[in-house]
Design a protein around this ligand. Sequence first.
Ligand code: Q46
Ligand code: ZN
Length: 305
Amino acid sequence: MKCTRCRKTAHVSLPSHHSGFCADCYPLFFTKQVETAIRREKMFTHEDRILVALSGGKDSLALMLELKLQGYDVTGLHIDLGIPNSSEKARRKVEDFCTLHGLPLRVFEMAAWGLPIPDVKKYVKRPVCAVCGKMKRHHFNRIAVEEGFDVLATGHNLDDEVARLFANTLRWDTAYLSDQGPVLPASEGFVRKVKPLFRLSEYETANYAFLKGIEIHSDPCPYAGGASFTGHKELWGELEHRSPGQKLQFYQAFLKNGKPAFARQEKETGAVLAPCTECGSPTSAEICSVCRIRAAVAESRAQEG
Ligand code: Q46
Ligand code: ZN
């Protein structure tokens, strides 16, 4: 196959776009997809201060590099989860990446905050990933708000988004369906959240990371018990194989036709939020659930002596 742009031998074949690209032209395709996402969804401008959540995986590092190359004002935020034999490696990849590219980075340590994820696993009677995900979202938002960033960007790709949308649809979870999308607008206590890679598949992002020579943290988390949505991603892989382009079509049609209907329905049922008395994050209770989990774990630890 020949490169759609320069007619040299193509290295990356993209049936969903009826095209293929050589190693030199492929990053231009990637850049265009990210530019389109930012422009069409009005995600941010060159005046905005953007906080980028960095896990050390291919998606977040590819996003950070691409936004920097497009001239945006980006700062990385890494959360060190405190998981032995895993978190140090992820953190080092993020730190090395930011040093190499001269990018500002904040690191937040769960252990220093009093709740390393191994303690969640030990003391909290809920699936560790559900609590870990909640903690990460909480601190990403809190830090973005406290430090005055205009927007929080995450590396969610098209496969992540479609798998989540599919799971929400299977449950007809109207609250989640009304919220899902590449942009979640700011509201009192919540920073605007954006997903500039939503038009690009996992395969497309992996190719970009590889061709740009990004060193990624690819070891699975030791607590990941069968990553969520894996089955849904496989099903969608099969559909996409039979009918290239289906994933993006499904997602875009949801944004245009499905989401507005769910949003109207949910508007009437919104809870009243006030700042958590411990950490200031918006909550419908006096103390937010994240602070309550931290206090409960501290108590269990103390009882253990
Ligand atoms: S880090 Fe945390 Fe993940 Fe590990 S404990 Fe689960 S949620 S798997 S992305
Ligand atoms: Zn709180």
